[in-house]
Design a protein around this ligand. Structure first.
Ligand code: SF4
Length: 90
């Protein structure tokens, strides 16, 4: 099973508020780091080079929090109860 097939088996319950927020001005190095660390590929640069995070598909693994830290992330928390990912196995 490919990674994308495996990710597609998960069930997501979007929250009203984003549980991950980025700092406003990120360098190219910081943007590249975010793109590299997220196993779900949720950090992407737009046409202007500004980084966006698509939190709806978050695996809540914490990799971005551990590796990027507070210089890059404004905030990171788990989604509120009832929102976020539900893992499916098998
Ligand atoms: S917690 Fe994991 S899946 Fe979610 S944005 Fe960070 S690295 Fe990606």
């Amino acid at each position: 099973m490919s990674v994308n097939e495996s990710l597609a088996r998960n069930c997501y319950h979007p929250a009203d508020d984003a549980h991950i927020e980025l700092r406003q001005l990120l360098s190219d190095e910081q943007a590249a780091l975010l793109e590299k660390v997220c196993p779900a590929g949720l950090f992407q640069r737009d046409a202007n080079g500004r980084v966006k995070v698509h939190v709806e598909g978050c695996l809540e693994c914490g990799c971005c929090r551990l590796i990027a830290g507070s210089n890059i992330l404004q905030s990171w928390r788990y989604p509120l109860s009832g929102a976020g990912i539900t893992l499916r196995f098998g």
